[in-house]
Design a protein around this ligand. Structure first.
Ligand SMILES: Nc1ncnc2c1ncn2[C@@H]1O[C@H](COP(=O)(O)OP(=O)(O)OP(=O)(O)O)[C@@H](O)[C@H]1O
Ligand SMILES: [Mg+2]
Length: 244
């Protein structure tokens, strides 16, 4: 019987750093698979390797040892230009600090990744407007980042990630700079994207945030300590009912 290849397959991934004669194992033999449309939380204490893992998954960094297959392709075998294309077209990265261009409008920020595709400006703008509408910001296109709230800035960053229609959204502490109500709004948006078929991996320190995901992978000292399916979420008080 053939089984559909997982979107992500990691085999024995290690990442070692040499620091003054000492070797730090940020990742120490990770085996993990992520299926299409999975919704995974990476949890674990500070220094456990979560960001290192996200950087490898996002092809921003390469492992010291081990294999990473994305969409069935060995990432180590990709040329620089294939890696750049993969980062641009397959991966949507969302950061704690939003990482928006401060002098560019929301719409220009969202359009930016499409510039590298050789897409016509009118088509870029159309796609970016569509992504801004998906995150509920169709009436904030011309605002600069400092004219937006923290939650709105993160929505712009999410729209920027979405407009490439990536295979996977990687979010490293996306709610770390937001108050709890705004954080819940961002997670509700992620829940919707997941329901629409998006694959998501979210790094978080907060159990409330991890509980939105279907699956929790706990890292400790660069290893997978546990990998469990989360209990289905009950509708929370401030959310719309009917979501069981
Ligand atoms: N460039 C680097 N050089 C040396 N050591 C590093 C480097 N990057 C990370 N490390 C070490 O690797 C380990 C894992 O770091 P990582 O940033 O992945 O942790 P984390 O789980 O994301 O932590 P946090 O929750 O604080 O963000 C840490 O011990 C860290 O000090
Ligand atoms: Mg981190």
């Amino acid at each position: 019987m053939t089984v559909a290849a997982p979107l992500i397959r990691l085999e024995g991934i290690t990442k070692h750093y040499q620091m003054g004669g000492e070797t730090i194992a940020a990742l120490d033999g990770i085996d993990l698979q992520v299926a299409r449309n999975d919704y995974v939380a990476f949890i674990g204490s500070s220094g456990s390797g979560k960001s290192t893992m996200m950087n490898i998954l996002g092809c921003l960094d390469s492992p010291t040892q081990g294999k990473y297959f994305l969409n069935g392709r060995d990432v180590a075998g990709m040329s620089e230009s294939e890696l750049a294309r993969t980062r641009n077209e397959e991966i949507g990265f969302i950061f704690q600090s939003f990482n928006l261009l401060t002098r560019a409008t929301a719409l220009q920020n969202v359009m930016q990744p499409l510039i590298y595709r050789g897409m016509r400006p009118a088509e870029r703008a159309r796609r970016a407007r569509e992504a801004m509408a998906r995150v509920g910001l169709e009436n904030r296109l011309d605002h600069l980042p400092n004219q937006l709230s923290g939650g709105q800035r993160q929505r712009v960053a999410i729209a920027r990630a979405l407009c490439s229609e990536p295979s996977i959204l990687l979010a490293d502490e996306p709610t770390g700079n937001l108050d709890s109500t705004t954080a819940a709004d961002i997670m509700a948006l992620f829940d919707t994207l997941h329901a629409e078929g998006q694959t998501l991996i979210v790094v978080t320190h907060e159990p409330d945030i991890a509980a939105h995901c279907r699956r929790s992978v706990r890292l400790a000292d660069g290893r997978v300590l546990s990998d469990v399916m989360n209990a289905p979420r009950m509708a929370a008080g401030h959310e719309e009912s009917g979501h069981v």
